[in-house]
Design a protein around this ligand. Structure first.
Ligand SMILES: *[C@@H]1O[C@H](CO)[C@@H](O)[C@H](O)[C@H]1NC(C)=O
Ligand SMILES: *[C@@H]1O[C@H](CO)[C@@H](O)[C@H](O)[C@H]1NC(C)=O
Ligand SMILES: *[C@@H]1O[C@H](CO)[C@@H](O)[C@H](O)[C@H]1NC(C)=O
Ligand SMILES: CC(=O)N[C@H]1CO[C@H](CO)[C@@H](O)[C@@H]1O
Length: 213
């Protein structure tokens, strides 16, 4: 018996295609969104833990590559050939790792920001686990574009071998601001429209004021 495509079949096929399309086209696997949103929630408390609990104008020394902002992403997109979203996402994980390690290093054992920072580290690790799982292993074996590889090498270089000229001073809060902004930029699919963000913000402020009362 010959199977014939009825309009119902066709409609079904089309619907299926539409449902599939966003999944195929989105560079961010949807499974990444849950751990990233959890991380986003933790990062929303960064002002308290990274500013209020530190001395005024406190800064730490970081490699200049550890300052990774949205402007870096825009610049790289313009200047680096064959740049893929995946390269930037991998770099984001690498940078944040260094940044959190640097912050933890200056915190005494019983500093109130220490549990917060180690929690961020764990949540980041969770997100990275999902990130690695949701791509085929070959994705991580392919060569990085030269300019990205250079930054990568600097970031993984031992601190003792980094020349004096490439150190910068940065406040812990500004480092986490970069961390948060670049996350929203690189994983924009996971972060809802401005409208929902506003609602989140006011909710968040309510929670904050409750804590401070
Ligand atoms: C902190 O930095 C600001 C801006 O650079 C400056 O105006 C202020 O005096 C500094 N405060 C202290 C306590 O050093
Ligand atoms: C981002 O840009 C700043 C200043 O332009 C630079 O010092 C830093 O190394 C860049 N970061 C990365 C990861 O390329
Ligand atoms: C991310 O956190 C901010 C608060 O810093 C909040 O306004 C926003 O709604 C959060 N986004 C998501 C998708 O959870
Ligand atoms: C690529 C990379 O270095 N990722 C790191 C991101 O941060 C977590 C938590 O600190 C590390 O475990 C990862 O290795």
């Amino acid at each position: 018996m010959v199977q014939r495509f009825t309009p119902v079949h066709l409609l079904g096929a089309l619907m299926g295609l539409f449902l599939l399309m966003p999944v195929l086209m989105a560079p961010t696997p949807p499974s990444m969104c849950t751990p990233l949103r959890t991380l986003n929630e933790s990062l929303s408390h960064r002002r308290r833990y990274m500013k209020h609990y530190f001395p005024v104008n406190y800064t730490i020394r970081v490699h200049h590559e550890e300052v990774f902002k949205i402007s870096n992403i825009s610049k790289m997109k313009l200047q680096v050939d064959d740049l893929e979203e995946l390269h930037l996402q991998r770099m984001w994980f690498l940078v944040n790792h260094s940044v959190l390690k640097r912050i933890i290093r200056v915190l005494p054992e019983r500093h109130p920001s220490r549990p917060y920072t180690t929690k961020l580290e764990r949540r980041l690790q969770d997100a990275e686990g999902v990130f690695v799982e949701s791509h085929p292993p070959e994705a991580f074996q392919q060569e990085l574009p030269g300019a990205i590889q250079d930054i990568w090498d600097c970031l993984t270089e031992e601190s003792g071998r980094v020349p004096e000229s490439s150190w910068r001073s940065a406040s812990p809060k500004s480092l986490l601001d970069n961390f948060c902004h670049t996350m929203h930029c690189l994983y924009s699919e996971c972060f809802a429209s401005a409208e929902t963000q506003d609602r989140g913000e006011s909710l968040h402020m309510k929670t904050e004021s409750r804590i401070f009362r």
